[in-house]
Design a protein around this ligand. Sequence first.
Ligand SMILES: [Zn+2]
Length: 46
Amino acid sequence: MTGYKCSLCKKGVKFDVKNIGMQCPYCGSKTFYKERPTVAKKIKAK
Ligand SMILES: [Zn+2]
């Protein structure tokens, strides 16, 4: 299971990576961000 965040309603959702056709159970959005738990990455400008 992988954690994702819905780009529309910002709710955290979990999907099986094998599952095709992911859809937000809350708002029906099909756009998600990959959730990175407890990773506070410092990004330096290139
Ligand atoms: Zn949603």
